[in-house]
Design a protein around this ligand. Structure first.
Ligand code: PBG
Length: 308
């Protein structure tokens, strides 16, 4: 009766990894309980989520190795895994929201989120041009929300302008406005096949974990450029950032409970050192207490089941 915050299935965005092939359910070693699914399996997954009251699915592809190139051209292929996945989900469950990642890392041979120069530095403006085309390809395939997670400067304005020009006024932009160069992304990189490929690190474009004022500046810029709402990432170690962003801007502020956070909870539970269900619900409730509008979490379906 006196609880100040509550969890509801509508708080969750459920990420799904997509792989090539048919009838595939490929477990991901470092994410116990999470698989990559082939396109033909996605309709059932979307139905499962919708039946639990989860409003939105986020999609991430494990692009076949031979399609990964320095210029990430597969990201612009309107028949790529993500576009097929969007259509499969929209055909099966028209009402569930589909959010797609705008970033090049699942498509590049070097695992970076953008185009790199000879020295291995990401070239901001060349990358933005590709990201704009990637976002348009996703919008044309039926994505409801495009989510730039690349952390290039100026990409939100460029994507918004292109969406308007091409008749996609109703496609929303969720900006990964404050995305930190985190050690918690390892299992995700295994899942999308970029783990062994990545040369160097992403500190040239992702944020320094020491900074919070910079996060506010990043959010301010993305909102000014036309972002409809924002994401803070990772989640639990950055709840202070979630709280500051929500207080400062009052816009819908989501948090990404990232792969390493999921893996920590599963590891504690597997070691018999903690109650899995309680760990899931406590951590998700902490996001709500910090002011998050919702949480992108690999535990979305588990959590929705636990609370319904
Ligand atoms: C990059 C991207 C990352 C994640 C999602 N998109 C991080 C990265 O590789 O730098 C990580 C999400 C997770 O760990 O669950 N575009």
């Amino acid at each position: 009766m006196l609880a100040e915050n509550r969890l509801h299935p509508s708080d969750f965005i459920w990420p799904l990894f997509v792989c090539d092939g048919r009838d595939c359910d490929e477990p991901i070693g470092s994410l116990p309980g999470v698989s990559r699914w082939s396109i033909d399996k996605l309709g059932a997954k979307a139905r499962e989520a919708a039946n639990l009251g989860i409003p939105c699915i986020a999609l991430f592809p494990n692009t076949p190795t031979d399609l990964r190139t320095d210029d990430a051209r597969e990201a612009l292929n309107s028949g790529n895994l993500i576009c097929q996945a969007i259509k499969a989900i929209k055909d099966a469950v028209p009402d569930i929201g589909v959010l797609t990642d705008v970033a090049l890392d699942p498509y590049t041979s070097h695992g970076h989120d953008g185009i790199v120069d000879i020295a291995g530095n990401v070239i901001n403006d060349d990358t933005v041009e590709v990201l704009v085309r990637q976002a348009l390809v996703q919008a044309e395939a039926g994505a409801d929300i495009v989510a730039p997670s690349d952390m290039m400067d100026g990409r939100v304005a460029a994507i918004r302008a292109a969406l308007e020009d091409e008749g996609h006024q109703n496609v929303a932009i969720m900006a990964y406005a404050a995305k930190y160069a985190s050690a918690f992304y390892g299992p995700f990189r295994e899942a999308v096949g970029s783990l062994g490929r990545l040369k160097g690190d992403k500190r040239g474009y992702q944020m320094n974990p020491a900074n919070i004022e910079e996060a506010l500046r990043e959010v301010e810029l993305d909102l000014a450029e036309g972002a409809d709402f924002v994401m803070v990432k990772p989640g639990l170690p950055y709840l202070d950032v979630v709280a500051r962003v929500k207080d400062a801007f009052g816009v819908p502020t989501f948090a990404y409970q990232v792969s390493g956070e999921y893996a920590m909870i599963e590891a504690v539970a597997a070691a018999g050192a903690g109650d899995r269900d309680a760990l899931i619900l406590e951590t998700l409730l902490a996001f709500k207490r910090a002011g998050a509008t919702g949480v992108l979490t690999y535990h979305a379906v588990d959590a929705a089941r636990l609370i319904s």
